[in-house]
Design a protein around this ligand. Structure first.
Ligand SMILES: Cc1cc2nc3c(=O)[nH]c(=O)nc-3n(C[C@H](O)[C@H](O)[C@H](O)COP(=O)(O)OP(=O)(O)OC[C@H]3O[C@@H](n4cnc5c(N)ncnc54)[C@H](O)[C@@H]3O)c2cc1C
Ligand code: SF4
Ligand code: SF4
Ligand code: SF4
Length: 352
């Protein structure tokens, strides 16, 4: 029996899923909830940063980025913050060339920017996304209200700011012979010809060895031979690639992409294409912001719209280390609520 999944992910993970959906057979993710994302951090650095402030991550109940600072909310109710500029020293270098703030290829994008505290901003992009929002609203899982004009202006300003800054960085890297392949977008018809012979060795030299990997796990999930694994935060291969296979290269969001998925015109449209933008919150759920991601996934599972959801929980052994999970019960979704500010090979869970 075919199973149908939803996923929640950062824009780069959503791009990987979009490529897999188009070029991989029987890709089971039918619903993509994309998060807003300005940057991501290395887990090792987050831990070190906390330790420098005298904090053990085991004592942290919540992590938040607000008002230009990274906030550690502690279990005893106190809060400690560090300026975002300091935390940004540990930003993953690939985030500096990322041209998507709002997960433009998702069905629904969700973040906090633009909405009041305790609410989420949602960008509805597809009919499927629209239908889910309407049903969840009627069933009382979420409540919605229009996003104010000021909220939309703030959201557009932040999204444009990311694109403008990162476009400069892309140009700078390209000018010193550090190619940013995914921004060398190609017409669809050229794309498949160009990458026909590319295999894992090319993925290693074009993406992994040059520090362009976003650690999405799509290469692991797409490999028909099951010979890719992630060791020490890097994809590695152990085995021979059969002639004609280029699945990992195609699935990777940091190799070339066809212009029907990412076009250069996206540099001048801050939020991508959408149907409607709203503020929303989910009174029954506690989440990072409005709890909307948790509410939508729980509703979809209880109604039988999805059989499972790819979510990011916390590792029990290492607090705040993100752990990719295939949630098959609503309580698994609820447990995974909240933002973990480091990269996570979410899509590899499809293989496991
Ligand atoms: C790395 C990162 C950076 C972000 N930056 C911004 C930002 O700059 N501005 C902004 O407005 N919003 C940002 N967000 C989104 C924001 O933090 C909330 O996730 C979003 O507002 C949804 O809130 P919620 O209460 O509806 O989600 P919840 O109901 O709390 O659900 C959150 C969901 O996020 C998933 N998740 C948690 N960590 C990760 C991860 N590392 N990778 C993939 N999925 C994950 C969980 O599976 C969970 O289902 C960021 C999120 C991440 C992961
Ligand atoms: S590359 Fe970095 S900034 Fe871009 S979506 Fe991925 S984690 Fe976020
Ligand atoms: S078998 Fe195919 S997908 Fe797997 S590593 Fe080799 S080229 Fe990549
Ligand atoms: S190399 Fe693999 S894990 Fe890294 S970005 Fe590409 S597909 Fe994702």
């Amino acid at each position: 029996m075919t199973r149908t999944y939803a996923m929640v992910g950062t824009p780069c993970q959503i791009t990987a899923a979009t490529l897999m959906d188009r070029y991989t057979e029987d890709f089971p993710v039918e619903l993509k909830l994309g998060l807003f994302c300005m940057e991501n951090f290395s887990y090792t650095y987050l831990k070190k940063l906390a330790e420098e402030e005298g904090i053990d991550l085991a004592d942290v109940s919540e992590l938040r980025i607000e008002k230009g600072r990274l906030w550690f909310h502690l279990n005893d109710g106190s809060k400690v913050s560090v300026p975002l500029e300091r935390a940004r020293a540990a930003m993953r270098k690939n985030c500096a060339v990322c041209m998507d703030f709002t997960s433009e290829q998702s069905d629904i994008s969700i973040g906090s920017v633009g909405s009041p505290e305790g609410w989420s901003t949602i960008i509805i992009r597809t009919d499927k996304g629209h239908e889910l929002i309407e049903k969840a609203r009627k069933a009382g899982y979420i409540e919605t209200k229009p996003l104010t004009e000021r909220g939309i202006r703030i959201l557009e300003k932040l999204a444009s700011g990311k694109k403008e800054d990162n476009l400069q960085e892309i140009k700078r890297r390209e000018s010193v012979a550090r190619p940013v392949l995914y921004w060398r977008v190609m017409p669809d018809e050229e794309y498949l010809d160009e990458i026909t012979d590319y295999q894992f060795d090319d993925l290693r030299s074009d993406v992994i060895d040059v520090g362009a990997c976003v650690l999405c796990g799509a290469c692991v999930a797409s490999c028909p031979e099951d010979i890719i694994s992630i060791k020490d935060r890097k994809p590695e291969v152990d085995g021979e690639c059969p002639e004609g296979c280029n699945a990992c290269y195609v699935a990777c969001p940091r190799t070339y992409v066809p212009d029907s998925i990412i076009g250069h015109d996206s540099a001048s449209t801050p939020l991508g294409e959408y149907i409607e933008i709203l503020s929303a919150r989910a009174p029954m759920f506690r989440g990072q912001d409005g709890g909307v991601v948790t509410a939508l996934l729980t509703y979809a599972m209880r109604e039988g719209i999805i059989d499972g959801a790819l979510v990011v929980d916390r590792d029990q052994e290492r607090p705040w280390k993100p752990l990719p999970v295939l949630a098959e019960e609503p309580q698994d979704i609820v447990k995974a609520a909240g933002t973990k500010y480091s990269a996570c090979p979410l899509l590899k869970i499809l293989k496991e």
